[in-house]
Design a protein around this ligand. Sequence first.
Ligand code: NAP
Length: 258
Amino acid sequence: MGIIEKMRLDGKAIYVTGAASGIGKCAAMAFAEAGADVAIVDINIEGAEAVAKEIADATGSRTIAIQCDVTSQEQVETMVAKVVETYGKLDACYNNAGIALNVPAEEMTYEQWLKVININLNGVFLCATAAGRVMLKQGYGSIINTASMSGHIVNVPQPQCAYNASKAGVIMLTKSLAIEWAKTGVRVNCISPGYIGTDLIMNAPHLKPLIEQWNAMAPMGRLGKPEELQSVLVYLAGDTSSFTTGSDIVVDGAFTCF
Ligand code: NAP
């Protein structure tokens, strides 16, 4: 079998959080195009249902939509159980749901801080450990988390201390789980995207001046596209990445290189 065939995800069961839009939707489409059955998980159930239908129509994969707030341990446990009940196993998962909040630190309320940390970091902990418990019993599985280049550098000019801290936490949580589970067959990795021009970002008029500044700072002079994350995610989800664990793969057009 050639390398491209080996990279396919036929018969694999994968859930993606934050899959109703943006990077998560694009990742779920990639997993399904590579042959996987995909659970579209989001707090926004109407959006998740629409994406599940779109992906099933486009690829023929078996998709389901599941409503889940990743900050709720009960909802996360129920979501993972539903995926296993539907597909009989959990081969991979992409813990991707996250939010950004631009507030100067001295004005940030504790509630605002907690909201970001709860979704971006605690949500990844809840999902990764719930998925991990299933995968440890199976003896295999690939967990992928979304960190960010903001876990490596302080992006400017927007003030986003909670976001930066949450993403640095995701990188270290990923490495910690990878070490704890290294001998079990369960792998844990994350990706750190640079600025990615999702529909939400590109269509928000108030972000236009920021995008111009980001492009001026970017070595490639542009934002990334969600599609430019697909191949690395398919790689991490599948069997050809069997020696890749504890990695944080930066996909940022060299933004963090200087
Ligand atoms: P997005 O388009 O806003 O997608 C995030 C999705 O997560 C939305 O559908 C959102 O639903 C959902 N969500 C929010 N809170 C949730 C919760 N508590 N439980 C479950 N789902 C929830 O954002 P994106 O740009 O694709 O970002 C996806 C991930 O990539 C995030 O972790 C983000 O930090 C990271 N990232 C993004 C960029 C970028 O430039 N876009 C760069 C680096 C990293 P609602 O819309 O209903 O809130």
